[in-house]
Write a protein that binds this ligand. Structure first.
Ligand SMILES: [Zn+2]
Length: 257
């Protein structure tokens, strides 16, 4: 993988439209599919409205968002209603987020959010556009990056350094089990993953997760049994190889993160 844009591309001028062009061509030429590892990511013909790229080998689909500055916690996205419908239908693509440097004409960060981390909780509804706007009443959305657990943000390039491909592929495969679950079950698992991230230790106790009981009750006001629900998620995460039970009430994250 080379991080620089092709010189022939870079030659014609600069500006954000060209940057879009460069980043698309760069993904096509340099990025492997994080699902199967094949160097076979191709653009869809004629700007498909749903995704930008697909893997020729495994058919996984990707959308690309690129910008010069680092992404903040909220990333602008398309129409809110369409976004929610796609989540429900499960045909949301995986999302590549790319930052580049226009002086060096090269890629600084590229990470991918696997589609199974897209649950309703990470999509924020924006205010309708004002009556004076060209698309008056149109309601957009934002993706809340800070609501995605660490394991849902897989870096392929970080601060100008290429991450080992083996590590990217193993991080990807580690959470594929989420695809077996519906929106609601995934929501709970993802919330517990976020609690474990917030604890910030590779080994932790059940009590550490219980510390988030109140926060989880606020998220799921209908659920009166948050503690059993937490234990159930931890058990599921152990069964799917995301973490280990060390001893009663003690857990350890798998170390390949
Ligand atoms: Zn693939």
């Amino acid at each position: 993988m080379k991080l620089g844009f092709e010189e022939s591309q870079a030659a014609y001028s600069s500006g954000s439209q060209n940057a879009r062009n460069w980043t698309e061509q760069w993904v096509r030429a340099q990025v492997y599919c994080p699902n199967c590892g094949a160097e076979a990511i191709k653009p869809f013909p004629n700007n498909s409205p749903l995704a930008d790229f697909h893997c020729v080998t495994c058919s996984e689909e990707y959308e690309l968002k690129s910008q010069r500055n680092k992404f903040s916690n909220k990333v602008l996205d398309g129409e809110f209603k369409t976004k929610c419908e796609r989540l429900a239908a499960d045909n949301n693509p995986n999302l590549f987020l790319l930052n580049y440097d226009l002086k060096q004409l090269s890629v600084i960060n590229l990470f991918v959010v696997p589609k199974h981390f897209f649950v309703r909780e990470i999509i924020e509804e924006r205010k309708p556009l004002a009556a004076t706007a060209r698309r008056a009443g149109w309601v957009g959305s934002k993706i809340l990056l800070n609501q995605i657990p660490l394991s849902g943000k897989i870096y392929i390039v970080r601060n100008g350094q290429i991450e080992p491909k083996g590590s990217v592929l193993s991080q990807w495969s580690k959470t594929l089990f989420l695809r077996d679950e519906g929106q609601d079950a995934r929501g709970w698992l993802i919330e517990v993953m976020k609690c474990v991230d917030a604890i910030g230790k590779s080994e932790f106790r059940l009590e550490d997760v219980y510390a988030y009981e109140k926060q989880l009750s606020q998220l799921y006001p209908g659920n009166q049994n948050v503690r059993p629900k937490i234990r159930q998620q931890l058990q599921y995460l152990r069964d799917r190889g995301y973490l280990d039970f060390v001893s009663r009430g003690y857990y350890r994250l798998k170390s390949d993160r």
